[in-house]
Design a protein around this ligand. Sequence first.
Ligand code: PRX
Length: 648
Amino acid sequence: MNHRIVAVPDAVRARAHIDEAKYKAWYDASINDPEGFWREHGKRIDWFKPYTRVKETSFGPDNVSIRWFADGITNVAHNCIDRHLASRGDQVAIIWEGDDPADTRRITYRELHAQVGRMANVLRNRGVAKGDRVTIYLPMIPEAAVAMLACARLGAIHSVVFGGFSPDSLAGRIQGCASRLIITADEGLRGGRTVPLKANVDAAIARLPADSVDHVIVVRRTGGAVAMEPGRDVYYDAAAREVTEECPAAHVEAEHPLFLLYTSGSTGQPKGVVHTTGGYLVYAAMTHQYVFDYHEGDVYWCTADVGWVTGHSYIVYGPLANGATTLMFEGIPTYPSVARFWEVVDKHQVSIFYTAPTAIRSLMSAGAEPVQRTSRASLRILGSVGEPINPEAWEWYYRVVGEERCPIVDTWWQTETGGILISPLPGATPLKPGSATRPFFGVKPVVVDGDNRVLEGACEGNLCLDESWPGQMRTVWGDHARFVQTYFSTFPGRYFSGDGCRRDEDGDYWITGRVDDVINVSGHRMGTAEVESALVAHPQVSEAAVVGYPHSLKGQGIYAYVTLMQGVEPSEALRKELVAWVRREIGPIASPDLIQFAPGLPKTRSGKIMRRILRKIAEDDFAALGDTSTLADPAVVDDLIENRQNRA
Ligand code: PRX
């Protein structure tokens, strides 16, 4: 195949940390001698007690166990703040850009140190200790980073829940890890609209057994009136006045959990992905430095929300561990205008910009003019994450936004991987629009067929990893068996990502998307099973099957086939009600785009729904339906085709 190839620009190579030769030498070393490689690179963070052990990992089949730097003692907040104070105390750590362009804050490392100490003391006063779980349900305000770091300082384990999740989803995540303290805000503010965060917390707690939650700490964001339960709820500003800024960083083992993050899978309810301290931080910091070719003086902006792993690793932990200036943006790309991203780039002189293809596609539809109204001269590196970037969006990003000056790093990774696994390095890797290109140091991708046979050379198949890397998740919270089952049983002995990929003749990787029942809507991961269980919880729904379909803006849209209870008539009103129902049950990101009422779903004689067929119908790919003769009732397929919903 012929691909357009964008060579590494000389100017980029000249100042890059890693050029082609160094990439090759380091990569080979990392694969041939992982122990030696990581022994060296683990030193990039401070250790209170240095590690002597490095890599103790097994992908089974008998025993799945992942431990890195296990006898080392450290603290993430110390590494992200305290160790920078002597050299860069007055440097800005966090630039905050509010929803309203008039709202900006700049927080130095010294100020961050004080704020984190204070927040940590507020938590400690309320009984939070090492190993306790704290749920964080905050908008994109500096207090979100402060709260995460305060937990890390105490050795408490944070579980950040994205502010777009419903009270039900929040309740499940509070209960899942038995966290007794919640940090939230009165309201969030996005695109000029308020989000009732505190009211959602109240509704979530009301769904839990009595006395599940001891404390709710409420950061004032909008000042909107909210109900405060005496004895349980306290405003953060009031609590903070009662404590000092001094709070020593707890000494924790490298394998002490740093955070949980709930994520969707192909079956069941979301699971708590567990990341630990030492290996995670080493990996987040190292990938941040080399993938974005981060240099002293850069202003770095990742547009993700801290509710997702991208926000954890590449707004907070990676950049701060490197002593960077990281920008946190509260708003949305189109408010107050479609030029907002580029205006913020100019305002804060952003040099590294990291966003999602869905944002690029939506801005692309507004044309080049709003972009060209801005200078963007400060930009040096562009990044993409969350879903495959289609070549049209890549080209627009490259030509219009970056004016052909800025390499695009298309970074493939997952909540489970903790950090970037496959990506170009700006000074080392020629770019191919749509390809995530090469593995990062220590990452050993393999492509296997359905029978776990390793494919060589140019090929297409299931993307697995054959070696552990320090940022890898360690377990599912409270359920190690589910961890083993989910990631190590499909292809025994290897970590299975759930993604399909192609490897071309140059050895570059092209991620083709999920091969399981997970869909990717605007870069947000959604389990079809979760949407289905929300739908069948509706009293008028008897059965539901959900699949993804190609959507021009979102990447994938949610297509739901719904069978109603006997006697219930399909109607537009019911369709609307079901969409609203799912939004309420899970959150707006799970809203079905299309609902098709179906008298029956295609099932095998043993009663299993044939999703392959449903997927093909949703994709308008009728020719590829395949063999339908094994269905219990082949006639349902004709009805499904006839009544299919038109795609966006
Ligand atoms: O399907 C892949 C897709 O996003 C999934 C992981 O989603 P999540 O855990 O929410 O993490 C998103 C941010 C890291 C992957 O299994 N994905 C992520 N990045 C890319 C991607 N697909 C193609 N190209 C990417 N660069």
